[in-house]
Design a binder for this molecule. Structure first.
Ligand SMILES: *Cc1c(COP(=O)(O)O)cnc(C)c1O
Length: 364
């Protein structure tokens, strides 16, 4: 009889065995500023009302497979254009997987700019899709020539554009997005995970082109634990993609919580505003720290910055030692050498980060 390890090695598909898997850092007791979570969920007064709402959810029943109540709440809450279809996902990651299952897969390519969201590659690999990249320009914006060349070379079934972009924080020029989509034969997904913090959205234009879908999530505005992603596009696309969705992919507690959140959008907006205010303060203080060479412009709830005074991985470890977890980007892309990414937290958390940073840099 062979061991479980032998059996797994024999039967798990080689493409899966070759994957690294997505490593999520264990925060332990550290201040967690690595994953773009909001530091706030429900403000105190709303928590009781939310719990009351949860009591009414019949968890012995399956959730509404079509998510009707939540979709109606999202239509007004997010300003979804009339006539657009909606698909709900267990986070937007699941929707990316679902798009690849339906549209990409073996023998087809997925395209994304570099550097961009790490999950585009992971989910392409997971779905057996080919994966190709094109470089962003010097300011991490879209380079139309590089994009056009990549479209011609790879003929992608799906192109993912994160606007604003993770891990660089900048927004994309939406006319350049439209131009890219007009030149693409396959579907173009504008991933607006950070829409709440951005200056502009492609959502009002989603139906203007026949091949554009817009992706949203509640994860970056205080509801990461719910796992609710939202895909918006022409009904012809949504109808087909919906066939790849497992019938009960979004639980009833998540649906009810997300509906509740949409009804209290002004409370969410207040916490988004507070994060923006902190982002502005943090960016200013960070730029003034000796050894910090560059702080990228951000339309998100994080800041990407480059250090010269100390190697980024060492600095990352030193911050961890001092009880602050951020993300090291060094090594993920040549142009992110020396870069780290910090999520904007509560004022006291941001102060603790700044203090640990100053103490960890040689000049500090
Ligand atoms: C965080 C993030 C997501 C994933 O969001 P979930 O809805 O939590 O799965 C998608 N795209 C980008 C660009 C992100 O940064």
């Amino acid at each position: 009889m062979t061991s479980a390890a032998d059996r797994a090695a024999r039967w798990v598909r080689p493409a899966i065995q070759a994957m690294d898997g997505y490593a999520v850092a264990d925060p332990g007791r550290a201040i967690k500023l690595d994953a773009m979570e909001s530091p706030w969920a429900w403000p105190g007064a709303l928590e009781t009302a939310w719990l009351e709402r949860m009591r009414k959810v019949a968890v012995n029943r399956y959730p509404d497979s079509r998510g009707r109540e939540l979709k109606a709440a999202l239509r007004s809450g997010l300003g979804i254009p009339e006539g657009a279809g909606i698909l709900l996902g267990n986070g937007s990651d699941e929707l990316i997987q679902l798009i690849n299952l339906a549209v990409a897969g073996a023998g087809r390519n997925v395209l994304a700019p570099a550097p961009s969201f790490a999950m585009y590659r992971v989910i392409a690999e997971l779905t057996g899709s080919g994966y190709a990249e094109f470089e962003l320009d010097d300011d991490f914006g879209l380079d139309p020539a590089a994009a056009a060349a990549a479209l011609a070379e790879h003929q992608p079934a799906v192109t993912y554009l994160a606007h604003p972009n993770n891990p660089t924080g900048n927004g994309l020029d939406l006319d350049a997005v439209a131009e890219l989509a007009a030149g693409a034969d396959g579907v173009v997904v504008v991933d607006e995970a950070y829409a709440a913090y951005a200056e502009a959205s492609f959502l009002p234009r989603v139906l203007e082109l026949p091949n554009v879908l817009v992706l949203r999530t509640l994860s970056k505005v205080g509801l990461a634990g719910l796992r609710v992603g939202v895909l918006i596009g022409a009904p012809a696309w949504i109808k087909e993609l919906d066939k790849c969705r497992l019938p009960y992919n979004v639980g009833s507690l998540a649906q009810a919580s997300a509906s509740f959140a949409m009804e209290h959008a002004e409370a969410l907006e207040r916490s988004v505003q507070a994060v923006r205010t902190e982002r502005h303060r943090l960016a200013g203080e960070l730029a003034a720290v000796p050894g910090v060479e560059w702080v990228g412009p951000s339309q998100t709830n994080f800041l990407t910055f480059r250090v010269t005074a100390s190697p980024a991985p060492q600095l990352h470890a030193a911050l961890r030692e001092r009880g602050v977890l951020i993300k090291c980007l060094d090594g993920s892309h040549p142009r992110l050498a020396g870069c780290l990414r910090v999520t904007v937290g509560r004022p006291d958390e941001n102060d603790a980060f700044l203090k640990a940073l100053r103490a960890s840099l040689p000049s500090g």
